[in-house]
Ligand binder design. Structure first.
Ligand code: NAG
Ligand code: NAG
Length: 360
């Protein structure tokens, strides 16, 4: 059964595959450099991404680069467009330490958003390596980006397409202590037996592993440069280990980041105010990011019908085939402010992004 599932790539050492991929990567890189120069210069594709105007009061030493890992799937594209729109709106406002922006596109080739969003194309993992679990490409994407991009800022925010900035985001990290959002479902101490395969006794108690994923995290670039290769290693090993794969499922890659950072002795300060997740969190007044990963389903009386399709709904998964249309209907009265704000912000972005409904 196992050997039937494994292809040739599955048996090769991951490091050999990485070497091969690095070769392919430089081919892509050179191609893009040429391509970029032929059009409007390499800056759009490479380097530190977007160097726009920043908040005048912001201390350059505290600025962080916004790094968004994404794919060329339509579903990832429309979310990335909204995410980038709100970054542009917020970065220049007082209180922001937001610096440049790069979409790290791990589909291996440019897509239709290259002129809209500062993007660096990186390679996906070798065929079959992600075993259908696309997010396993994230650590490898960060490794390639950190090795090859010129990043002006000392800090990095790891962000995801379904993040919407509701406020200008300050640098929540303090020196060498990065900041992360604690996820209630990441429970290192309840998974000691499995985690010990990747976090040996001599490293200390598994409680040293923070209950986090890689995003959202604001971290020093120098720290991420050390963590990212380990994160990639750990995530591939976890995916190859059947027991771990089964136990962690879709949050495997989050555990991999948590373990990798702990292996490097990096502890994150846990910031619950980093983001909120509607419909569970009701208000936006004490947060910076809305993460719209859960569906929001309500009756017309404003009652949550979670898990059951509501008479009114906003769920990103409704838009796998086409982006959400402009001017979505607002929720009925009684729906929490967080959900109302989310839909208003989606509408504002889609109203102002040129060519929103065009094919990309
Ligand atoms: C990654 O894994 C390989 C093989 O298991 C190991 O030799 C290497 O030292 C690891 N590298 C990092 C950065 O963890
Ligand atoms: C948006 O839709 C509402 C009805 O849901 C309508 O009254 C309004 O005029 C629309 N706005 C725009 C800009 O199309």
């Amino acid at each position: 059964m196992m050997s039937g599932r494994k292809n040739a790539a599955g048996r090769t050492s991951p490091w050999l595959l990485i070497l091969i991929s690095v070769g392919c990567f430089f081919a892509t890189y050179n191609f893009l450099t040429m391509h970029g120069r032929g059009r409007d210069g390499p800056r759009k594709f490479l380097g530190g991404g977007d160097r726009g105007s920043y908040g005048s009061g912001s201390d350059p030493a505290k600025r962080f680069h916004v790094a968004l890992t994404a794919t060329d799937a339509l579903y990832s594209q429309w979310q990335s467009r909204i995410m980038h729109y709100w970054y542009k709106e917020m970065r220049g406002r007082p209180g922001s330490d937001m610096g440049g922006f790069t979409r790290i596109l791990h589909s291996g080739k440019p897509d239709g958003l290259m002129d809209e969003i500062p993007t660096m194309v990186v390679d996906p993992l070798p065929e079959g390596k992600d075993k259908g679990y696309i997010v396993l490409n994230r650590p490898w994407a960060f490794v390639q980006w950190l090795q090859n991009a010129k990043i002006d800022e000392e800090y990095i925010l790891m962000a995801e397409p379904d993040h919407v900035f509701v406020k200008p985001l300050p640098n929540l990290a303090h020196g060498d202590e990065p900041a992360a959002f604690p996820f209630f479902y990441i429970k290192p101490t309840e998974n000691e037996k499995i985690l010990r395969k990747f976090f040996p006794e001599e490293k200390g108690p598994v409680s040293k592993i923070d209950p986090i994923g890689n995003s959202p995290v604001i971290i020093k670039k120098a720290q991420l440069e050390k963590i990212a290769p380990t994160w990639m290693n750990v995530s591939l090993k976890m995916k190859e280990d059947q027991e771990t794969d089964k136990a962690f499922g879709w949050v495997l890659e989050m555990y991999a980041y948590a373990v990798a950072s702990a292996l490097h002795g990096v502890h994150h300060s846990l910031r619950k105010d980093f983001m909120i997740q509607p419909p569970w969190d009701l208000k936006t007044d004490n947060t910076f990011i809305i993460h719209y990963t859960y569906g929001c389903d309500y009756t017309m009386k404003g009652q949550l019908t979670y898990g059951k399709i509501g008479e009114w709904r906003f769920d990103k998964r409704s838009y796998l085939q086409s982006p959400p249309p402009r001017n979505l209907s607002l929720p009925p009265p009684g729906v929490p402010e967080s959900v109302v704000t989310l839909v208003k912000m989606v509408n504002e972005a889609t109203a102002n992004i040129p060519g929103w409904e065009d094919d990309r």
